[in-house]
Ligand binder design. Structure first.
Ligand code: FAD
Length: 384
């Protein structure tokens, strides 16, 4: 019997499997499709601390420290680049938002600078448009290759004797005497005394039969990838109201996104076609991005896709082992910023699965918080 089953082969589940396998535990990861098939493949790939909720900042800082050594740790180049994050202001109102963000995050000890005018922004990133008024700059933020990083965690877990089963879906989590006993899958029952649910937008349907409510609103984001062009932009950029973000990948392609739109489909039934952005949506995103990064308008597009976001009511994830079901760990609802956190989310999942005190404070990430007080849905105001 495996000690632990991980459900979901995104960066959260793959990093958890790796952390547990490194400690010598028998781990089986089941992934219904392929490693990095969903958010961890759709993502922009920003690795940032700036713009984080104060509760999440310690996790992001710890994650960034791990990212620095990840290529060595995993034995695969994950294309991590620490060249900073620029959050751009396009209007006087956005200048106020960015100035306030810098002031508040400086008090939390983050190395974040306010660039007060266009010359200061373009001294760091000459490709940015002359129309941008100001920006925040966090030099220790960066970006990485999401598919390579997620696959590298899975490969490393395998090297440490984890079993990685792609194309195997969890159907139901079995519980007896308030303790998990295993997972029903489409290839049969897998017994386990600890189960980590890292199933992204599909986590609620696995939790709900156990009486656990993870309230997610599902959003969709349009992503555009260009043909490669010579190096012109090192950082990741975002904007004050999160309606676009982007970066240049190591192979020269621009990879950029629009803002969040409602997605009213069933997360169990999504298909690539259902998520595909329309020509109008793509045109809109190109326009938003070209307004701040003009080279985007001239660069041919090679691929577009839609990515789902698992947004919780307070835009913070759940990383918890609920009291009512012993042996269960939930790590989901990363609300559009869980790629950066992946390496630390994996370690936190390992702590919880092994019954240890988590290495970082997880009070803000309890599953039970949603039932305790009314929460108005949070609009994401910062990403990228
Ligand atoms: C367009 C876009 C841009 C983003 N930009 C950023 C960014 O710049 N920086 C950042 O930090 N984050 C960003 N994010 C968010 C980030 O990508 C996610 O928070 C992160 O990848 C979540 O990882 P995960 O492993 O929790 O979930 P996922 O990657 O979604 O993995 C869940 C996995 O579970 C599998 N699964 C589901 N149900 C089952 C089942 N029943 N049985 C077995 N397997 C199952 C799925 O197939 C999937 O592979 C972005 C997201 C999107 C969509």
């Amino acid at each position: 019997m495996p000690d632990i089953v991980v459900i979901g082969g995104g960066i959260t589940g793959a990093a958890a499997a790796d952390a547990l396998a490194r400690e010598g535990h028998a781990v089986t990861l089941i992934e219904k499709s392929a490693i990095a098939a969903m958010a961890s493949g759709w993502t922009l790939g920003g690795v940032r601390q700036s713009g984080r909720d104060p509760a999440e900042l310690p996790l992001a800082r710890e994650a960034v420290a791990i990212w620095a050594g990840l290529t060595d740790m995993l034995g695969t180049d994950v294309e991590y680049r620490r060249k900073g994050n620029l959050r751009l202001a396009r209007t006087p109102a956005e200048v106020d938002v960015i100035r306030a963000l810098v002031a508040s995050q400086q008090t939390q000890g983050l190395d974040l600078e306010f660039l007060p005018d266009n010359a200061a922004v373009r001294a760091i990133a000459p490709a940015i448009s002359p129309s941008v008024l100001a920006a925040s700059f966090c030099p220790t933020d960066g970006h990485a290759n999401p598919i390579k990083a997620t696959q590298a965690f899975a490969q490393s877990a395998r090297r440490h004797r984890a079993t990685i089963r792609e194309g195997v879906a969890a159907r139901a989590i079995r519980v007896a005497h308030e303790r998990v006993t295993g997972v029903e899958t489409d290839i049969g029952f897998i017994a386990a005394d600890r189960i980590i649910v890292a199933a992204g937008v599909n986590a609620p349907e696995l939790l709900q039969p156990l009486g656990l409510d993870l309230p997610l609103s599902i959003k969709v984001v349009c992503v555009v990838q260009s043909e490669p062009l010579p190096p012109c932009f090192d950082q990741v950029f975002g904007v004050a109201n999160a309606d676009c973000a982007g970066r240049q990948e190591v192979d020269g392609r621009l990879r950029y996104t629009g803002g969040l739109d409602e997605w009213r489909g069933d997360p169990a039934q999504w298909t690539t076609d259902l998520l595909a952005p329309s020509a109008n949506e793509v045109r809109n995103v190109v326009g938003l991005v070209a307004h701040v990064l003009p080279v985007a308008r001239e660069t041919p597009i090679s691929r577009t896709w839609g990515g789902l976001i698992d947004l919780t009511p307070d835009a913070l994830p759940v990383i918890d082992s609920p009291d009512s079901v012993a042996g269960l760990v939930v790590a989901a609802g990363f609300s559009g910023h869980g790629f950066c956190l992946g390496p630390v989310s994996g370690l936190l999942c390992a702590d919880l699965a092994l019954g240890r005190a988590p290495r970082l404070d997880l009070c803000a990430f309890r599953l039970g918080r949603f039932g305790e007080r009314p929460m108005a849905p949070t609009e994401l105001t910062l990403h990228g």
